[in-house]
Write a protein that binds this ligand. Sequence first.
Ligand SMILES: Nc1ncnc2c1ncn2[C@@H]1O[C@H](COP(=O)(O)OP(=O)(O)OP(=O)(O)O)[C@@H](O)[C@H]1O
Length: 253
Amino acid sequence: MTALIASEKLTINRPGTTEPVLRDVDFHIVPGEIVTVVGPNGSGKSSLIRALLGHMPLIAGRIDRRAGLRIGYVPQRVQLDRSIPMTVRRFLSLPRWVGGQVAALALARTGVAGLEARQLTELSGGQFQRVLLARALLHDPHLLVLDEPTQGLDQPGIVAFYQLIEEVRRQTGAAVLMVSHDLLVVMGASDRVICLNGHICCEGTPQYVGNAPEYRALFGADSKGTLALYRHHHDHDHDHDHDPHHDCADHGE
Ligand SMILES: Nc1ncnc2c1ncn2[C@@H]1O[C@H](COP(=O)(O)OP(=O)(O)OP(=O)(O)O)[C@@H](O)[C@H]1O
C-alpha cells in the first residue's frame, strides 16, 4: 500500500547546532495504520514528528508526502492561556471557522458531545484532550498526528483515550501516528511500534518490540509482563502479528 508519508535516511540536527538529533531514519505510515513512536526523553520523538510535518530543516535524506494529504495535528504543548475566556465552540473555530454541525460531529466522535458552550477553563484534563482531538479531526484528516496526547491523564483516562483513538480510526479510516510515554498501554493499541533513540533501535509489532533486547535495554525487563497482561484484557486484531517488519541491527545507545 502506498505510504501517506515516508522518510528515507532522514537526518536532522538539534536546533541551532550541528549535532544530529536523528540520523538515517527510514519511516512510513500507510492508510488506517496506528504507529506509535516510543523512546526515552530527548530521543528525538517530537523532532521526528516536527520534521515529518515539514517544520524542521533536513540535513540529509528525504520526506515524501502523498499529494493532497490532510493531517490533523495535536502538538505536545498547546500554546494557550487557559485563563483567557474562550468557549469550546470558539476554540474549534481557530484558526479556521467551522460550521456548527461539523463541530458537533467532531465533539460527538471524541465522546464530548454538547460541550460547545463550555469555557475551556471549566474542562477536566481528559475533556480538554478530547476537545483537542476533536479539533484535529475537523478537516477530515487522512493522518492524525498526536504528540503525547495523554499527558496529565490518570491511568483509566489513558486507557480510555487509546480506546477512543482505535474507535476514531475505525470510524474515519484515518491513520494515527502517536508519540507516547505510556509504553505499555499504547503498545497494545498499536499496529506497529517504533523505538527511537537518535535512530531507530527496533521496530515491529508490539509483541516483537516488547521482547526486543534493544527495547528492554532502554525501558527495563519488567515491561514484558505488563504488556502481556494488557494484551490479555484487550485482545483485538492480530492480523499484523504474523508480518513483523523490524530492523534491530542497531543496538540502543
Ligand atoms: N527548540 C529546541 N532548541 C534546542 N534544542 C532542542 C529544541 N527542541 C528539541 N531540542 C533538543 O533535541 C533533542 C530531542 O528533543 P525531542 O523533543 O525531539 O525529544 P523527545 O524524544 O520528544 O523528548 P521528550 O520525551 O522529553 O518529549 C533534545 O536533546 C532536546 O533538548
